[in-house]
Write a protein that binds this ligand. Structure first.
Ligand code: ADP
Ligand code: MG
Length: 524
């Protein structure tokens, strides 16, 4: 009895356990069902014939299940199986597969789907069905297409910019990409330059400061670049660091300024020759002095020789030395004139402003002496060098000196008494912050406020026909801008007259701009 009772309890216990287990299974099944129904992607289960045997709510809402039984009919309105089918691959290898497909929705719209498949196995491990989950990726696809379109558009713009544009690796300066305009300027096709170093274009032997500037400056101006077959072009370079295809790069735009420079060079040469013409009297006067000394000495020698008189050694020595010194002086004047007249090669180099100012006055001083115009020097010693072209800078100073001379002449021409007191040109240099300042001021007529904004315009002159060309200040302005400098009217000197204020960035600054790294480049 007691054994039977015991057995009864055991069976009852097992029965309760089985019941609980069944309840749990039912609950789990319901949970899976809910999950299956409510996941935000379409799910279908297909047998080996690609018949849809089960599907979730999202699937029913999206696709037209009344179309037929087969997945290819429901998804794509096809009569036969698709050529590429992730479900058939899953049946073949038992693995999960992925594909991207375009399908037609219930409402007839075409959508883009990301498809993922997985096998369903029976108790024996055999694949009896496959589950196919699809996520609507239409928006992502549209974004991708939009991105591709916009990339294409920007690439077309990039390619059609008339200036050469390069994309450089910031460390090696290798060319990662470039546009079509490179060919027009350099003669190289795009394929020929890609992966070459951008530094190869620079003509100079020492490329270290270009290398430095590419990473530290935002522009490099008026440098020589060599194209195919060694053709040399003058270029201005603009550099901007940016991101390109997820990589940090330098976007480098080049403008070919060769033609502009050639035109400028011709114009400035013409104006230089006009200046030389204007200075001819002064130079003749300057040359006259050494010639007079030589003439006097030779006359003395000839007289002594014709009278058969001995020349004392001391006098002979003294006079020969004078002749020698004066020939040197005449030579210097002629060489200087020749240098001044020579066409500039438009190269920028390190220039000491004080030296150029002194040199300009060397050939101009006679002009001033003849007119009793005094020169007051206020030069600051040990000025840092600037990047310029000494010949063209001298041309600027001579233009300013001619204008000052003319201004003074005009003022004194109006005066009744021919008193030369007060005829004065002051030449001042100074270092202010990171700029070298030059001021040329005079005690002439000054510039009336009404024309102050016109004086830098080409061909603007208030001088008589044949006297002024109106080119002096406009050419000077262009030259100074090439040196990254500036010229403007300064404060009117006390007592009247004009003052021209010029400033130039010191060499170090033209090498490294505001955000330059701290490196010692002054010695380069
Ligand atoms: N130092 C100066 N004093 C008075 N006027 C000046 C001075 N410098 C320039 N100007 C004015 O600016 C004009 C333009 O100068 P510039 O371009 O050198 O041409 P140009 O000397 O041939 O007239 C001059 O005609 C003159 O009116
Ligand atoms: Mg002038």
């Amino acid at each position: 009895m007691s054994v039977n009772l015991y057995m009864l309890f055991v069976f009852l216990g097992i029965g309760v356990l089985v019941f609980i287990l069944i309840l749990k299974l039912i609950r789990q099944r319901r949970e899976y069902r809910i999950l299956f129904e409510s996941v935000p992607c379409t799910i279908s289960i297909q047998n080996k014939d690609f018949e849809i045997i089960q599907y979730n709510r999202e699937f029913a809402d999206t696709f037209d299940i009344t179309q037929g039984r087969y997945c290819y009919t429901v998804y794509k309105g096809r009569r036969e199986k698709c050529i590429v089918c992730p479900v058939s691959r899953t049946f073949k290898d038992g693995k999960s597969h992925y594909s991207e497909e375009e399908r037609t929705n219930k409402d007839g719209t075409k959508k883009f789907w990301i498809v993922k498949t997985a096998p369903i196995r029976n108790a024996k491990g055999e694949i009896t069905a496959a589950i196919e989950m699809c996520l609507d990726a239409t928006h992502r696809k549209e974004l991708e297409e939009e991105l591709t379109r916009s990339e294409k558009k920007y690439y077309a713009i990039f390619n059609n910019i008339p200036n050469p544009v390069f994309v450089l690796d910031p460390d090696s300066h290798r060319i990662l990409d470039c546009n079509r305009s490179v060919e027009a300027v350099y003669g190289y096709g795009q394929a020929e330059v890609i992966s070459r170093s951008f530094l190869d274009f620079f003509v100079d032997e020492d490329k270290s400061h270009y290398e430095f500037n590419l990473n530290n400056a935002n522009e490099i101006n008026q440098v020589k670049h060599a194209g195919k077959n060694g053709t040399i072009r003058f270029v201005n370079i603009r550099i901007s660091p940016t991101e390109f295809l997820g990589q940090h790069v330098l976007l480098v735009t080049v403008s070919d300024i060769t033609k502009r420079l050639e035109a400028e060079q011709q114009l400035s040469q013409a104006s230089k020759l006009a200046t030389l013409g204007e200075m001819a009297t002064g130079v003749a006067h300057e040359l006259n002095q050494p010639l007079t000394v030589i003439k006097m000495a030779s006359t003395y020698f000839m007289k002594k020789v014709s009278q058969n008189e001995p020349i004392p050694t001391e006098i002979l020595n003294n006079m020969s030395e004078k002749i020698n010194n004066n020939i040197d002086r005449a030579n210097r004047i002629i060489n200087h004139m020749r240098d001044f007249a020579r066409k500039s090669d438009m190269r920028l180099e390190k220039v000491q402003v004080n030296e150029v100012l002194e040199k300009a006055l060397e050939i101009f001083s006679q002009q001033l002496k003849l007119r009793q115009i005094a020169v007051v020097w206020e030069l600051q010693k040990n000025l840092p060098v600037i990047m310029a072209d000494a010949g063209r800078l001298e041309q600027v100073f001579i233009n300013l000196l001619i204008n000052a001379r003319d201004g003074i002449e005009r003022r004194w021409a109006k005066k009744e008494a021919a008193d030369s007191d007060g005829k004065r040109i002051t030449l001042k240099t100074a270092l202010k912050g990171k700029k070298v300042i030059v001021e040329v001021s005079d005690t002439g007529t000054g510039i009336p406020t009404g024309i102050q904004n016109k004086i830098f315009e080409p061909f603007f002159t208030t001088k008589d026909v044949g006297k002024g060309t109106g080119l002096g200040l406009s050419i000077s302005y262009g030259i100074i801008k090439d040196f990254q400098g500036d010229i403007r009217l300064g404060e009117t000197p006390p007592g009247g007259g004009a003052c021209f204020h010029l400033e130039f960035p010191i060499h170090q600054l033209t090498q490294a701009t505001d955000y330059g790294k701290k490196q010692n480049i002054a010695g380069r």
